[in-house]
Ligand binder design. Structure first.
Ligand SMILES: C[S@@+](CC[C@H](N)C(=O)[O-])C[C@H]1O[C@@H](n2cnc3c(N)ncnc32)[C@H](O)[C@@H]1O
Length: 257
């Protein structure tokens, strides 16, 4: 069972407490700053189509900031960040992109994006993952908890491309916890931050359930030494400042026969 730590608070404040280079990868879907769903109805590119009514969205008024991105780069080795088309000014040149093709019918007139693009600093070939996800038309069944929820299959694809089993992955904009669920299913250690209390609780429940399910690890990597040459393991750098409420889950060792 993989380990996870979840924080309810502002990611910038938490990022500032993390040791430089102690996270293998930040894989995240930050606010794009396109004011999605101002009235609680979510469509694409600022046009609104009623799909499902959510609480009115305020968190998307401002996109990922330069300060947040600077901290993400400082704490992590690899990064994959959705919203490249909206955040190019902040993210700059990509070393690769991962395109999620939603496999929808070609239709110029609807309000939805046919694909989403994750920027990455990792020097790997540009890839496409094709995964159907459009309103009610989805391969992945189950309840939708967040207006911009990402499919677990897409998050797993990215995690497998840029990390190894046992690595620590951080999502500073965790939403309903899709990155964390994918990490639990792939045997990665997960650290998640979410500012909204309601989404934080949804993420805690989803990730807890995923962690309790049986996971088969193919390999495990030893904890890398701290970048400053010290003995501290990455997760020890992730102390919880007072302004966060946090959930920590350390799997118990299996009982010996
Ligand atoms: C695009 S959504 C992520 C959705 C997620 N990928 C999922 O599958 O549910 C971005 C999330 O970032 C959160 N957020 C916005 N600003 C934040 C901040 N400063 N610190 C932490 N979380 C923040 C929002 O509340 C929102 O849930």
């Amino acid at each position: 069972m993989a380990k996870y730590t979840l924080h309810n608070g502002d990611c910038l404040q938490f990022l500032r407490t993390i040791q430089s280079g102690s996270i293998q990868a930040v894989i995240t879907d930050p606010p794009y700053g396109i004011k999605i769903g101002g009235n609680g109805k979510i469509g694409g590119n600022g046009k609104i189509t009623a799909v499902k009514n959510y609480a009115p969205v305020k968190w998307d008024d401002v996109g990922l900031t330069a300060e947040q991105f600077q901290e993400i780069k400082r704490v992590s080795i690899n990064q994959a960040i959705f919203g490249f088309e909206h955040l190019a000014d902040v993210l700059g040149k990509a070393n690769s992109v991962i395109v999620w093709d939603k496999k929808v019918k070609n239709n110029w007139d609807d309000n939805f994006s046919d694909c989403e693009i994750a920027w990455s600093n990792v020097e790997v070939p540009t890839k496409i993952i094709r995964h159907l996800w459009m309103g009610a038309l989805r391969v992945e069944k189950g309840e939708r908890f967040h207006p911009t929820q990402k499919p677990i299959a897409v998050m797993k694809y990215i995690i497998e491309r840029i990390t190894q089993p046992g690595d620590v992955i951080l999502d500073p904009f965790m939403g309903s916890g899709s990155t964390g669920v994918a990490c639990m299913q792939l045997g990665r250690e997960f650290v998640g931050i979410e500012i909204n209390k309601e989404y934080f609780e949804i993420a805690s429940k989803r990730i807890g359930e995923a962690a309790s399910q049986e996971v088969l690890f193919t390999t495990t990597r030893p904890t890398p030494p701290a970048p400053d040459g010290g003995d501290s393991a990455p997760s020890q750098a992730l102390s919880t400042p007072d302004m966060f409420s946090a959930i920590e889950h350390e799997p118990k060792p299996a009982p010996r026969r």
